[in-house]
Design a protein around this ligand. Structure first.
Ligand code: BJW
Length: 314
């Protein structure tokens, strides 16, 4: 981290000039807790693009496939632990409050790790919902269940826990374990391994065929399928959450927005950065990818959010 820039950032965030802070978080914040991101080489699950599975259409066409993806995600999130970045942010929310400053975290993450790092729930909005909320898909049923951490949700969803590894990587890992010529190769940094194989190719990893009867069903109406309470493409973000975020931004000038581990490619979340800039607020970005720091005229911190945030915020 550039120490000059760290010093000026630290000075700003601790002074009285910086009275209102917004944090916008993305998948990169949870990356070092072992949870995959959406774009880039992490955005694949059993050869499907995570982005293609996060749609109402995908669920309508093949709910069994989409439930296996979310079952895997729920399992990974339950197993994961909040990292130092989550704790640093949680600590900042408390310190800010104790100094009479206003603070709000908008997280796009559905993994619940910020909550588990004891982030003040009053200062945390989950823009894209939660993996641990279940909702009925019947149009006339309002059933919603929060904090359901059961795994697997049905016996048929057992067995989705295995981390997907490109078969070429898997083969080389096996070779490594056997101690042959690839011993020192960093398999995770090999660009060739981001190639996606197609159904029918020898590398295609099949998922199970699960019929509707093997999927979670609504205990209230007894007929509708349950779905994860996350926001898919084309769906509105929860109105209450959007209102609360608007209220925070519009009731005062936001002095600083922390943009943490997000590609800023999904709307309306990405729009908060410009809204703060338009008010004259400052921006600080924390990201491992130099490209995702481009175009930022504020503080740019290149590296793992789990390492950077404790240094920058404490
Ligand atoms: C690290 C790191 C480390 C890695 N440390 N950094 C305006 C313009 C254009 C399009 C639209 C628009 N408004 C709406 C749209 C359409 C659409 C959209 O945005 N499309 C874009 C693709 C263009 N938006 C929507 O559809 C939204 N709905 C909506 O607007 O509805 C309107 C409406 C109103 C009324 C009625 C009906 C409709 C909904 C968006 C929902 C997004 N959902 C998902 C899935 C959630 C469920 C799930 O988890 O499965 O949310 S998609 C996915 O992307 C997920 C994420 O929250 C979101 C953002 O991704 P994120 O977090 O930025 O992750 P990555 O992978 O992209 O980036 C990771 C970053 O971390 C990278 O920069 C790395 O470098 C970095 N990194 N390791 C620090 N260790």
């Amino acid at each position: 981290m550039n120490q000059g820039s760290l010093a000026s950032f630290h000075e700003y965030i601790t002074t009285d000039k910086c009275r209102t802070i917004l944090a916008l978080c993305g998948a990169g914040l949870s990356a070092s807790s072992g949870l995959p991101t959406f774009r880039g080489s992490g955005g694949l699950w059993k050869n499907y693009s995570s982005m293609d599975l996060a749609t109402p259409d995908a669920f309508n066409v093949d709910p069994g496939l989409v439930w296996q993806f979310y079952s895997y995600r729920r399992y990974k999130a339950i197993q994961a632990k909040p990292n130092k970045g989550h704790y640093a942010l949680s600590e900042l929310s408390k310190v800010a409050a104790s100094k009479g400053k206003k603070f709000l975290t908008l997280t796009q993450n559905v993994d619940g790790l910020s909550k588990r790092a004891h982030h003040d729930p009053e200062q945390l909005l989950e823009l894209h919902g939660s993996l641990f909320t279940l909702k009925c898909t019947s149009f006339d049923c309002t059933y919603t269940e929060n904090n359901n951490f059961k795994h697997p949700l049905t016996p048929q969803l057992q067995g989705c826990e295995e981390e997907w590894v490109n078969p070429r990587k898997r083969q080389r890992r096996t070779e490594n374990e056997n101690g042959n010529e690839h011993e020192n190769e960093d398999v995770d940094n090999d660009d060739k391994d981001t190639v996606v194989s197609t159904p029918g190719s020898p590398e295609f990893t099949p998922v199970k065929d699960i019929s509707r009867s093997g999927l979670p069903t609504c205990p209230q109406c007894k007929t509708g399928l349950l779905r994860p309470g996350v926001v898919w493409f084309g769906e509105s973000l929860p109105f209450k959450v959007l209102d609360q975020a608007d209220q925070f931004i519009m009731s005062q000038k936001v002095d600083l927005i922390l943009v943490i581990g997000t590609s800023q490619s999904v709307w309306p979340a990405a729009g908060y950065v410009n809204r703060v800039k338009l008010q004259g607020g400052k921006v600080a970005i924390f990201n491992t990818d130099e490209e995702d720091l481009q175009g930022c005229d504020g503080w740019k911190f290149l590296g793992d959010a789990a390492e950077l945030l404790p240094q920058a915020l404490m």
